[in-house]
Design a protein around this ligand. Structure first.
Ligand code: ZN
Ligand code: ZN
Length: 103
């Protein structure tokens, strides 16, 4: 039984038999054209477009901070509300308390 790769040639080198298939673009490549990146086989052109997209991802990563900022703002808002709530409790006159809770 012939291997799946047996009849295929490198898409960049038609005279060479392919040794691997790029999982990203599904093209066959020879050992020279295929490289390993992050533990995954990838061809040179995919590696290039991948590094380009990761640079793009770096720019997009800045916006990932937004949820954390929103969380911090929400936390601050909650803190301010609790602070004002505490201030309101502090303004309650002492004779309001009948002492049952404290004694
Ligand atoms: Zn590829
Ligand atoms: Zn090749």
């Amino acid at each position: 039984m012939a291997s799946v790769l047996g009849d295929t040639t490198c898409s960049l080198h038609p005279d060479r038999q392919s040794t691997a298939r790029c999982p990203t673009c599904r093209q066959f490549y020879c050992a020279e054209c295929i490289t390993e990146h992050d533990g995954r086989l990838t061809c040179a052109s995919c590696l290039r477009s991948r590094s380009e997209s990761s640079e793009k991802g770096k720019m997009e990563r800045r916006w990932v901070i937004a949820p954390f900022v929103q969380f911090a703002l929400a936390l601050l808002l909650v803190w301010v509300l609790f602070y004002l709530f505490g201030e309101t409790l502090g303004d309650v006159p002492d004779d309001f308390h009948d002492g049952t809770i404290w004694e």
